[in-house]
Design a protein around this ligand. Structure first.
Ligand code: FEO
Length: 394
């Protein structure tokens, strides 16, 4: 299946309906797509990115159906294998094809795929490439999310080929544009899992993109964005400094004590008109947890004590939160222990990339008693006060 994007520009990618895990890490509850695009200029033809190597037959079939028998340029915006993995197949089928990319990407492709050096045409930032009646401009955008990433802008057609940036892991037959409600959640999940650590850089790239006229954003995963205002505004919100009056509580409870504390705190916060998101970390989809971190003001880790410290799933939650670098400003820890432990040091010691202010933890010996519930009320008061001081509550 191929789809026309604009005159002589086609989506020739692959929809992977059944993939459920990416990078052996990221859940894909709704599959994904690997988007590749062919641009037939009046003089030259360019392919923008390829597809995951497991789906190369789809790409080759689509090119065949469009009678593509010559590709001058294979533009590579990103070296990760879900986009680059079918490069060897394309180079073999089209011996005349040159890989067009930046120097860093060339280096990565030569090591990851052993791509032959003589097939590369290395371009500079903002260099242009003429296909005759169509012109491609290459805009370097390192670290979204690898060091070599770039964007390709088709000037006359006003299309931005953005690879991972603005993407979503969503398998859908409506690749030319899904409904905004669905797309919002899938794009936010994708941003949270993959782009959030590079928030500041992305903000600067979006400011640069505002100087271009872009009618279509054609990402490397999920539906295209036509028009572009919806996704650009969503990204502007996510990368902004704005945080919400929300507390995210990842927790595990082995015998019910921590769960009782979590439920009590959740109710106390709700009474104070603070939104609460609970994630039982032995059951939750880590993508949902990541998405909740995007603009939350506060995270409270709820953990029982295993041997001498926090439950391994809460260690994992703290590790993920630190890795993804959300805007979170405040953190706390609640939970139960039997005979002591190093829970607080363990969790706070993991905050190397984020610097939330630690609000007084509430750790209780055994099942929570009246004094514990009083401390949880105080924690809820403390959170509300901090949210007020931060200007997110009137
Ligand atoms: Fe879709 Fe970073 O690859």
């Amino acid at each position: 299946m191929f789809k026309e994007v604009k005159s002589n520009i086609y989506w020739v990618g692959s929809i992977d309906w059944n993939r459920r895990l990416f990078d052996e890490l990221i859940p894909l509850p709704h599959g994904t797509s690997y988007n590749s695009y062919i641009i037939k200029g009046s003089e030259k033809t360019a392919l923008i990115d390829t597809v995951d190597p497991t789906r190369k037959t789809d790409l080759v079939d689509n090119l065949d159906k469009l009678n593509v028998n010559h590709i001058n340029y294979l533009v590579v915006n990103h070296a990760e294998q879900d986009h680059s993995g079918s490069i060897p197949a394309i180079l073999e089928l089209f011996p005349e094809t040159q890989i067009v990319t930046d120097g860093k990407c060339k280096e990565l492709l030569m090591s990851l795929l052993r791509s032959p050096e003589e097939r590369f045409k290395v371009i500079k930032d903002h260099e242009v490439l003429s296909l005759g009646d169509k012109t491609l401009e290459f805009i370097f955008a390192p670290w979204v999310h690898w060091p070599e990433t770039m964007l390709t802008y088709a000037r006359e057609d006003r299309i931005l080929f953005s690879c991972d940036l603005f993407g979503s892991h969503l398998a859908t037959s409506t690749i030319m544009g899904a409904d905004e409600r669905t797309l919002y959640f899938e794009a936010k999940r994708y941003y949270a899992e993959i782009m959030m650590p590079y928030r500041t850089l992305i903000k600067s790239y979006i400011e640069k993109l505002d100087t271009l006229k872009i009618d279509i954003i054609a990402p490397g995963h999920g539906p295209l964005h036509i028009p572009t205002g919806f996704i650009l505004n969503a990204y502007k919100d996510w990368v902004s400094e704005e945080i919400r009056n929300t507390v995210v509580i990842p927790y595990v409870s082995m015998h019910g004590s921590t769960e009782k504390m979590v439920e009590f705190l959740a109710e106390a916060l709700t009474k104070r008109n603070i939104d609460v998101h609970l994630f039982s970390m032995t059951k939750t989809d880590i993508g949902d947890f990541a998405m909740a971190l995007v603009d939350t003001a506060t995270v409270v880790f709820g953990t029982p004590t295993v041997l001498y410290g926090a439950h391994p799933q809460i260690i994992y939650a703290a590790y993920v939160a630190n890795l993804l670098k959300p805007k979170v400003k405040f953190a706390s820890i609640i939970g139960s222990y039997g005979w002591g432990g190093k829970t607080i040091d363990q969790i706070t010691g993991m905050f190397t990339r984020i610097k939330p202010e630690l609000l007084a933890p509430v750790l209780v010996k055994g099942f929570p008693d009246d004094a514990a519930f009083k401390s949880l009320e105080q924690l809820a008061d403390n959170i509300l006060e901090k949210h007020k001081e931060s200007g997110i509550v009137a």
